[in-house]
Design a protein around this ligand. Sequence first.
Ligand code: P6P
Length: 336
Amino acid sequence: MSRTSLTRFLIEEQHAQRINADLRQLVAVVARACTSISIAVSKGALGGVLGDAGTGNVQGEAQKKLDVISNEILLEANAWGGHLAACASEEMDHSQRVPSEYPQGDFLLLFDPLDGSSNIDVNVSVGTIFSVLRAPEGVDNPGDEHFLQAGTRQVAAGYCIYGPSTMLVLTVGHGTHAFTLDRETGEFVLTQRGMQIPADTQEFAINMSNQRHWEAPMQAYVTDLLAGKDGVRGKNFNMRWIASMVADVHRILTRGGIFIYPWDSKDPSKAGKLRLMYEANPMSLLVEQAGGAATNGRERILDVAPEQLHQRVPVFLGSKHEVAEATRYHREHDAR
Ligand code: P6P
């Protein structure tokens, strides 16, 4: 059977008028940048790129050398193509328009260039997460405020996971599809068209060490999960936590589950740890396009109206019946 490359897939999406030429080019450029990041990550200690960069980011987190390298790869790849108006990144305080010597395009690109980078030094899978929005018409120099669009406005979203194999998982609004990097040819090959998340699951992903900091409905929900078949849920659950969102979400897209990073009182102002614009929104679109669900415990994540570029949001995503159950605990608590 002939292989479908990412290039062919994107051209077919354009012929079906689901994307235009500029968006096709943008996704292709991001995929090529991810291939370069994959090569850098896979060198490990031999590449001289492990460890801290000695700098911090807007989140107040120590940057790894590969955080900075990955950010630069994505910025450079997208600067001159003419399909992009501006970029925003977890690693940059503010958004950045394409250099004025290059033509400005119709899209805004947001990314976490290397999510889970604290895992790099222990050789655990990490990934790049990206989200694409339309740039406002008639605006020569889009600023942070133009990125503040709800997740439903995304025209494309995806991640690239740098694991035993490098895989690109992508949606342009018509299903979620997986491509595997053929390192011999350098092309991404379609390996799963139309991923589907099972509606029910017996597997949850959460960092249990934060349990004492959660709000009451979260405590009740997890207590019932842990009670297993003898409790109200009537079935046993297993737990996985890789502490690399891309890896945990990829497992859930592949075999189901629920991923949770809830609000916790460690820093009430942060509303959890994960960022809305370039982590929760793209992952939520991928999950919904694969038949799953994503809420902040109360409402659909894709409906959240952004107020700040780097704002955080509680995340409950995965198997739709389990996300609905976790959300029910929170809504019933609020209704008392
Ligand atoms: P914790 C990685 O730092 C990250 O942003 C996500 O990839 C991951 O799901 C989460 O944080 C892990 O957080 O608190 O368990 O280290």
